[in-house]
Structure formats: structure tokens, C-alpha cells
Ligand binder design. Structure first.
Ligand code: SAM
Length: 279
């Protein structure tokens, strides 16, 4: 375990504060500070940036983000048992860490952050996908964040970066890739965590594009993609019947065969269809 700072090793922090992992909070901790520093480096140049972290736990990734030079880390943690350990980090890093106790799904972090803003987290698996979808579907684009560096179950990470024709390709891939670049940057076995989860994990790095890759109304695109992949085995003319009365004509106008299935349609095709439907 490397010394990225003068604070105690994470195993000692956990023992001192009685942070036995709770399954109900999705607690699988990263205790190797080399690894948390590596994840923090994937988040890009943090100097001059505020970083939002969800679920700091005992603070391994938090320490990585601070030691990589983040101007400020705003950490939202639901488990009040973690607060004393996080306070020690805040003291050691001259107050650059602000901690809010609460549920990340209920808290608006923007009141506490100044742009440029990056997001980095070893997410609790039970809220990870919901938070990602919120960050990918704000009212206006570009969003409040420049980049997202997020740990997911490997299967979810694969859905984010999936390409047409694969089983993993669906709503998450389209939402992520329409207005961001998305890459898997680190793969992690269960043994990287304490306690080890049942499945492998991966860190995904997403960078927000200035504007979408292809024009489309966001709400219409979301509606079309949700309907298309809800019944992914059906031909699009059937899966999208409820979306527009003359769906076959619209599909054809968008250059899509009505007999194709959602899985075969690239992002560009869904955007063309959303434009036809919004006409
Ligand atoms: N970041 C730490 C690490 O890498 O070791 C902990 C990661 S652990 C997978 C997830 C963390 O999220 C836990 O500390 C848990 O208490 C916290 N958490 C779970 N649900 C949460 C929620 N809804 N809002 C904020 N934090 C949450």
C-alpha cells in the first residue's frame, strides 16, 4: 500500500471507525491506495476542478482525487458511520473536502460546486445506473459536468460502451454515446474489493461533447429508444407502433427498414427517426 498522503492505511481507518461493510448500502470498499490513485488519474487533470464523488465510504478514492490536485471534492455519503473518517481527510487536505451526509438521489450538488466540474465515484451498485441516466439526460446540454469516471459492474460498463449488433447494445449505449465519448478504462476482478462482490467491475470514463453527435430532440429520442429496446426482439414496425401512427412511413423516411430490430440500428439511425417523428 503506497503513501499518497500521511493519513493511516485504509484497513486501519476501517478498524478505527468500525466500518464493517453493509450489503444494503452496496459497500464494497477499495483499500489499495495505488488503485484509487490510478482511478483518480483516469478522471483527467483535476487541478482547478471541483469533483463530485458519490459514496466516499472510508475515503480511498477521495484521497486519490485530493492527492491528484482537485481544487475541491464534494462527497455525498449516506452512511453516517463514515463521517469521522472523512473529517480526518478534510483536516489533512486543508478543508478541500466537503462532505454532505445523505442520499445522492435526493441532493442537488450544484449549490456546492463551481465549474469546471468532474464526477468520479465507485458507485453503490443499487443507485449507479439511475444516477448515470440523470447525468446523461439533463434539461440542457452541455451538462454541468465535463467528465464522469465511474465504477460499474462489468456487465453495466459493457452496456454503456456497446456497439450495434451486440447483445449489450441498448438504451444506455445510445444515451451515453449520443452526447459523450465513453470508454472502459480499467477492468477489476472481485478481489480488488473488500468484501469482494460476486461479479467483476470496470471503470468507465465519459467525456461530455459540446453538442450531440447527431441532431435530435432529446425527449423524442429517449421515447423512441425506450420503446424500441423494450421489445428488442420485435421488428421495429411492431415495437414502435405506439410511438407514431404512421410508424412504417417514418421508419422508411429515416432510412430504416421497418423489419429491422432495435439492436441493428446505429445511433445515427435512431436520431434520424427521432427527427422524422418530431416533424
Ligand atoms: N468510495 C468507496 C470506495 O471506493 O471504497 C466506497 C464505495 S462503496 C461501493 C459505495 C458507497 O456508497 C458506500 O460508502 C455507501 O455507504 C455509499 N452509498 C450507498 N448508497 C448511497 C446513496 N444513495 N447516496 C450516497 N451514498 C451512498
Amino acid at each position: 500500500m503506497s503513501a499518497i498522503d500521511t493519513l493511516p492505511p485504509l484497513r486501519d481507518v476501517i478498524a478505527e471507525h468500525g466500518l464493517s461493510a453493509r450489503k444494503s448500502l452496496g459497500q464494497n470498499f477499495l483499500l489499495d491506495l495505488n488503485l484509487t490513485a490510478k482511478i483518480a488519474r483516469q478522471a483527467g487533470d483535476l487541478t482547478g476542478c471541483d469533483v463530485l464523488e458519490i459514496g466516499p465510504g472510508p475515503g480511498g478514492l477521495t484521497r486519490g482525487l485530493l492527492s491528484q490536485g482537485a481544487r475541491k471534492v464534494l462527497a455525498i455519503e449516506k452512511d453516517h458511520r463514515c463521517l469521522p473518517a472523512l473529517q480526518q481527510i478534510s483536516d489533512a487536505y486543508d478543508g478541500r473536502l466537503q462532505v454532505i451526509e445523505g442520499d445522492a438521489l435526493d441532493i442537488n450538488p450544484l449549490e456546492h460546486l463551481t465549474p469546471p466540474i468532474r464526477i468520479a465515484a465507485n458507485l453503490p451498485y443499487n443507485v449507479g445506473t439511475e444516477l448515470l441516466i440523470r447525468w446523461l439526460t439533463p434539461k440542457a446540454w452541455p451538462p454541468f459536468w465535463q467528465s464522469l469516471t465511474l465504477m460499474f459492474q462489468r456487465e453495466v460498463a459493457e452496456r454503456i460502451v456497446a456497439q450495434p449488433g451486440s447483445k449489450a447494445y441498448g438504451r444506455l449505449a445510445i444515451l451515453a454515446q449520443w452526447r459523450s465519448t465513453a470508454n472502459i478504462v480499467i477492468n477489476l476482478p472481485p478481489s480488488a474489493f473488500t468484501p469482494p462482490p460476486k461479479v467483476s467491475s470496470a471503470v468507465v470514463h465519459l467525456t461530455a461533447l459540446e453538442k450531440p453527435r447527431f441532431d435530435a430532440d432529446a425527449k423524442t429520442l429517449e421515447r423512441v429508444v425506450a420503446a424500441a429496446f423494450n421489445q428488442r426482439r420485435k421488428m421495429l414496425r411492431a415495437a414502435l407502433k405506439g410511438v407514431a401512427p404512421d410508424i412504417e412511413d417514418r421508419l422508411q423516411a429515416a432510412g430504416i427498414k421497418p423489419t429491422d430490430r432495435a439492436e441493428q440500428i446505429p445511433l445515427e439511425g435512431f436520431c434520424a427517426l427521432a427527427r422524422e417523428i418530431a416533424k
